[in-house]
Design a protein around this ligand. Structure first.
Ligand SMILES: O=P(O)(O)OC[C@H]1O[C@H](OP(=O)(O)OP(=O)(O)O)[C@H](O)[C@@H]1O
Ligand code: HPA
Ligand SMILES: [Mg+2]
Length: 173
């Protein structure tokens, strides 16, 4: 049967919320340069939209980690596929993620990046799914708190599909 996607959060809602998040960052980081670290691949659309809406100076770098593969459940093992290109020592870092789910990915990243002596480090996610948390992670800000459903779109995939949907949706069989 063909999969249908039901909209959970519309494109307009996502866009408006990212504008609010960017405005909050502008206020909190006035006079500073924000070093955004996008976690590939899921964060790609959120990272771009957020960066375009921030008005304080921005620098950007990317890291790629994965633990879900083609599954809808975490393998439990976070694999580092690509490290940052630049040092983060002394920088005001914001880690930009699409979703905080079990917390495995972000707790792994926070430990790794904190050892590299940034001046400050905060974590923001577009989505937070607190019901599935295994490891606690402290967020600076999140876009939306969502129920325990496997979501796709706006960068999030199911077996690499649906990342390009301009909204957050759930798959219905
Ligand atoms: O809190 P967690 O349970 O760790 O889940 C969140 C992580 O899982 C997804 O990445 P995935 O491993 O699917 O890689 P991808 O971004 O390339 O899709 C998502 O993009 C987050 O990075
Ligand atoms: O709900 C989800 N959807 C897609 N990827 C994910 N990675 C963790 N949770 C999710
Ligand atoms: Mg994925």
């Amino acid at each position: 049967m063909k999969e249908q996607i039901k909209v959970m959060i519309s494109e307009t809602e996502v866009d408006n919320r990212i504008s609010e998040m960017a405005a909050a960052i502008d206020k909190a980081y006035a006079g500073k340069t924000v070093h955004l670290i996008g976690i590939l691949k899921g964060s790609v659309f959120f990272m771009c939209e957020l960066a375009k809406k921030i008005t304080v100076p921005v620098t950007m770098d990317f890291m790629s980690v994965s633990s879900y593969g083609d599954d809808t459940k975490s393998s439990g093992i976070v694999k580092l596929n690509k490290d940052l290109d630049e040092s983060i020592e002394g920088k005001d870092v914001i880690v930009v993620e699409d979703i905080l789910d079990s917390g495995r990915t972000l707790s792994y990243l926070i430990k790794l990046l904190n050892n590299r002596k940034p001046a400050s480090m905060q974590v923001i996610t577009l989505l937070d799914k607190p019901e599935r948390r295994v490891i606690p992670v402290e967020l600076y800000m999140t876009g939306f708190t969502i129920p325990d459903r496997f979501v796709v779109g706006y960068g999030l995939d199911c077996a690499q599909k649906y990342r390009n949907l301009p909204y957050i949706g759930v798959i219905e069989q």
